[in-house]
Design a protein around this ligand. Structure first.
Ligand code: NIG
Ligand code: FE
Length: 434
């Protein structure tokens, strides 16, 4: 008999997503165990199998009956701008009356307006508004997320954002992977002096972050470094400069590429061995082919075109035909996509990127974990992996994608702890902002 702390059993479908990141014809392999069970010891998965098998072999202190429920790995959201101050509701209204996101940005609004608010916010204020969003993410089944800086655009505020991310990761309940996005926009004080700002990122910010990480990072690996490679933000040459400097300092890389225009960012990401290239709405064919032959994960963000009421989405079938590893994320941010729900990203990906529910689930779990270089630890239900799992109040996985606008998650288990049960929170939340 095996001793376990927790046994989740009787799942109508247990989706294991076993076997690592998925590409090619393998993409969308759920590894379904009918009448499935998971045995958990401490924060790890001990065994996965049928309920019949595990109830015979495992003696568990607690049991969760998952009858009529789908059980799957917690969602991994590999692209968010979780930490910010204020909101941009006014700009939403401006967009509805005809101004574009890029026009608002060129007129000094957009990212810059969130930067002004974020610079004024202290550490506690930043943490408290992010916690409110983290709680919503958890209720919707996200157990790990990436979180970027990029609303400071000066060393001090960028460091404060990183500190907020690390402290929120320590605090939980969602696990966070940090990304430094000092190159998110040109701050107003560097207007028309983009190259000087690039120098500041390269010569001051990156070394300062590397140094400060020894104390604020608490032994964690270095954060990712990301660049918004786009007209009105950073061109290809500037993006390359920043990413090369970051790589020489040992940072792993990401990029925002081809969201509005193709500047060559995806090709650059592949050449540099970036962990992921994100957005990819207007990626040219040769870059899609290069991406498909690489291990750089293509992160599609369907909430962004939806949030901007645009009609073009990432060309998933071209990326998949080329052999790419496709992941999904929310892009949670105050400008283009204030959405905490990976379920909604899945629903959009099914309709506008033509993924099947099983493909969208793989993109939101194991492949999303690969975009964070954590596929060895999260994103699937396999013995030895972290016990991060969710229960849906449906008995067939295809309800994910099919339904939208409501929450199908009934229970959330993070590192072996039941945090949400039957839709009720079982953890004590730290101070939330209203
Ligand atoms: O991923 N593209 C750049 N960054 C975000 C938008 C951030 C903002 O508007 O505040 C994005 O869409
Ligand atoms: Fe983004």
């Amino acid at each position: 008999m095996l001793d376990a702390d927790l046994l989740v059993h009787n799942a109508s479908q247990l989706l294991t997503l076993a076997g690592g990141p998925q590409r090619g014809s393998q993409f969308g392999t759920l590894g379904i165990i009918e009448d499935g069970a998971v045995a958990i010891s401490g924060s790890e998965i001990l065994e996965v199998g049928t309920s019949l098998d595990l109830t015979e072999r495992v003696r568990a202190r607690h049991q969760v009956d998952a009858s009529n429920r789908v059980v799957l790995p917690g969602f991994v959201d590999p692209h968010t701008h979780l930490v910010w101050a204020g909101d941009r509701a006014r700009e939403f209204e401006m967009r509805l009356s005809g101004m574009t996101y890029m026009q608002i940005m060129a007129a000094g609004g957009g990212i810059r307006s969130t930067v002004a608010k974020t610079r004024q916010a202290d550490l506690e204020t930043l943490k408290s508004s992010a916690r409110t969003r983290m709680r919503t993410m958890l209720l919707h089944g996200t157990t790990t997320a990436e979180s970027k800086t990029g609303y400071g655009l000066e060393t001090e505020t960028e460091l404060r954002m990183l500190e907020a991310i690390v402290q929120l990761d320590d605090e939980g309940p969602i696990e966070l992977a940090a990304t430094f996005l000092g190159a998110h926009a040109i701050p107003p004080e560097y207007d028309k002096r983009a190259d000087a700002y690039v120098d500041l990122v390269c010569d001051e910010m990156l070394p300062a972050i590397k140094q400060a990480w020894q104390s604020i990072g608490g032994g964690r690996e270095l954060p990712f470094v990301d660049v918004f490679c786009e007209k009105g933000a950073f061109n290809l040459e500037q993006s390359r400069c920043i990413l090369e400097r970051a790589q020489s300092l040992g940072f792993p890389l990401k990029i925002h590429a081809d969201e509005f225009l193709d500047l060559g960012g995806t090709g650059l990401a592949v050449q540099m061995g970036a962990a992921s290239a994100d957005h990819l709405v207007h990626t040219p064919e040769q870059d899609i082919i290069a991406l498909g032959q690489s291990d750089t994960v293509a992160v599609a963000l369907p909430c962004t075109p939806f949030g901007l009421a645009e009609t073009e989405y990432s060309p998933a079938s071209a990326i998949l035909d080329a052999g790419g590893i496709l992941a999904l994320a929310t892009d949670l941010n105050p400008g283009t996509a204030w959405c905490e729900s990976m379920q909604f990203a899945i629903a959009l990906a099914c309709r506008f990127m033509h993924l099947t529910p099983s493909q969208a689930i793989a993109a939101a779990t194991i492949n999303a974990a690969a975009a964070l270089q954590r596929a060895d630890r999260i994103g699937s239900l396999e013995a030895g992996k972290q016990a991060d799992l969710i229960l849906l109040n449906v008995d067939d996985y295809r309800h994910l994608g099919y339904r939208f606008g409501t929450n199908l998650v009934s229970s959330v288990i993070k590192r072996g702890k039941i945090l949400i049960e039957g839709g009720q929170e079982r953890w004590t939340s730290p101070p939330l902002s209203s």
